[in-house]
Write a protein that binds this ligand. Structure first.
Ligand code: FES
Length: 360
């Protein structure tokens, strides 16, 4: 059987999104057919198109080995490293056999496939103080830390700053000011480092910021987008757990109470109960919580969306008001999980990345 690398060259058509701000023209699509062995990368395809047909195609690249993170683009709508995406795989996932190539999202396009990483990605990385604020006194030689203590941060260290998670972040699409998955994963790099002296300060800052850790909506897009398995959303959840459970930080954005409301609702009903989520988020578990003025204000502001969802049959009024019901024995099983977890003397963080399992 022929080795995968022995397969003869094939033709691949690339549909490339072009944009040159200097011409003042709107973005447009451009097609080129290249000939390469199927195991070659989309980056090699783009470079061949540039060499043979149009020297003006703009793309950033450097290492060509999925290390430097500079060749982030979208291939068939998915954020990818151009040098780490095989042409045959890209063709298989293309709608009409033509590989669609676009610049990453959530960042301004400078030219063709080149986005302005400084304006968004690097600015956000700077926001989280991406360096160690060392414990004092600094030892004369090196800090001695337990090996196990560093294991947990190794996942965030795998980040190559390609911006794929930023490109696909739905929260950032709605709120461009959100600090975002890459920068918050970077924040965990130092929050989780036993040599850092400002764990509380960092977490308090990221909790109180309305565009900080509680702005993430758990959509999992960053987890799927990351080519290095960094699991940015998982790091954001770790930041939240340490902020809430270890430092008891109560944020001005109601994020801590909102998260607690989800937890108690699932414990009480087995599933989320939308109608009670708002009142519990503001007033806790008490019946009077429903009368909390802030809850009423948010409810009023949400009414148009609620009515729209009912009209479009996305929610059923009865279900929204009274919640889901699950079988009694299933609810009891869920409550047993809570009892087991809550009776532990210490929180147990299992990093599946480190033990070699997929965390998603
Ligand atoms: Fe370096 Fe693709 S060129 S990651």
């Amino acid at each position: 059987m022929a080795e995968v690398h022995d397969r003869p060259p094939e033709q691949f058509t690339l549909r490339v999104r072009r944009f040159n701000p200097e011409t003042g023209e709107a973005p447009y699509w451009d097609e080129h057919t290249v000939e390469l062995e199927p195991h070659r990368s989309v980056l090699e395809g783009i470079l061949q198109a540039r060499d043979k047909f149009d020297g003006s195609i703009g793309i950033r690249c450097s290492c060509r080995q999925a290390i430097c993170g500079s060749c982030g683009i979208r291939v068939n709508g998915e954020p990818s490293l151009a040098c780490h995406t095989h042409l045959d795989a890209a063709k298989r996932s293309a709608k009409d056999g033509v590989i669609e190539i676009e610049p990453m999202g959530n960042m301004p396009v400078l030219k063709d496939l080149i986005v302005d990483m400084d304006a968004v990605h690097w600015k956000k990385i700077q926001r989280v103080t991406p360096w160690l604020l060392a414990k004092q006194p600094v030892p004369e030689r090196e800090y001695i830390v337990e090996k196990e203590a560093m294991v947990d941060v190794t996942q965030t260290m795998a980040c190559i700053q390609c911006g794929a998670c930023v490109s696909d972040c739905l929260a950032m699409e709605v709120d461009p000011g959100f600090i975002g998955p890459a920068a918050l994963a970077k924040a965990y790099r130092f929050v989780g480092d036993p040599r850092d002296d400002e764990q509380f300060e960092r977490l308090n800052d990221l909790s109180q910021d309305p565009q900080g850790i509680f702005d993430c909506t758990h959509c999992f897009k960053c987890v799927e987008a990351c080519p290095k398995g960094v699991n940015p959303m998982g790091q954001i959840m770790r930041l939240r757990r340490i902020a809430i459970s270890d430092h008891h930080i109560v944020d001005q954005n109601n994020g801590e109470r909102h998260e607690a409301a989800f937890t108690t609702l699932v414990r009480d009903y087995g599933l989320n109960h939308e109608a009670e989520l708002l009142s519990r988020s503001y007033g806790g578990n008490s019946w009077f919580g429903k009368l909390h003025p802030a809850a009423g204000k948010v409810l009023l502001a949400s009414l148009p969306s609620i009515v729209k969802a009912i009209v479009r049959r996305k929610i059923h009024p009865k279900l929204a008001l009274f919640g889901h019901r699950i079988a009694r024995h299933d609810l009891a099983a869920i409550q047993r999980i809570y009892d087991t977890v809550e009776s532990r003397p210490e929180r147990y963080e299992l990093n599946l990345y480190v033990v070699g399992e997929d965390e998603t």
